[in-house]
Design a protein around this ligand. Sequence first.
Ligand code: ATP
Length: 291
Amino acid sequence: MDRLELKALGKINLGLDVLGRRENGYHDVRMVMQTVYLYDRIIIKKKKTPGIELETNLYYLPVNENNLAYQAAKMLMDEFHIEEGVSIQLEKHIPVAAGMAGGSSNAAAVLFGINRMFSLGLTQKELMERGVKLGADVPYCIMRGTVLAEGIGEILTPLSPMPKCYVLIAKPTVSVSTKMVYEKLDSHEIENHPDIDGILEGLEKQDLKKIAHSMGNVLERVTVDAYPVIDKIKETMIKEGALNAMMSGSGPTVFGLFEEKSAAKKAAAKIREEKLTRQVYVTNIHNARRK
Ligand code: ATP
């Protein structure tokens, strides 16, 4: 196997709660994660000369050790003393620094790909143990689907799959620092915790409306205070028929859940028309786990 083409899928959070802060700065979370069919394309090729070569369509992304895809390849190639080299082509579509785990998903895909390409024989669990060293969301991106993530995000419990629906994703042009969001969150008591159990109950009953109405993200208030455009996008999605709309992760990406694709498309057009952002995608949920 000299060439492998992979899809690195993005995620949304149906729920995100923060339970506490650890000494080392990490936070204990309780999140419901959902994979969506918005993906980066990754092509890995073997090359005769040693080393890792990375290229990407986004000029502002690093192509060295600072790229998570690079780090993932290096981690396995060092551990297994792989003499040959690899070239990695990374075609980004998942919004960057947006709360959709784009970098983590790239790392997960590369771990999966290198393991397969060089027949390393690592199990999914062994890939996850390595992945968490690259980022808290990497183990989830290896697993995919509808999952409850606890601990720092690495303790995963697979859940009943999310019922079929359409997802409208809108990424405002503001840049959000995840560090800043968590620092602000830490500066005061959390008064309203989202109803994570309500989401779990909705999934159990396969009740899309119950899931949508239980959605909540404790980081949303912090980010919306800094960027009111997030609220405007949410309002537009709901006015246009979304069952509910919410910010994903630490933002600024907003997603809305729709029963009808036509309504999602109409809402997308409205968001562009009102010049809230141009980075808008209509997609659907992706429930298949990685084999
Ligand atoms: P999360 O949802 O896990 O918080 P995110 O959407 O906030 O992730 P990413 O898109 O993963 O953030 O990227 C955040 C930063 O990481 C970027 O500013 C970028 O410079 C760096 N980075 C490193 N490797 C990658 C990669 N493969 N894709 C995107 N960003 C990367």
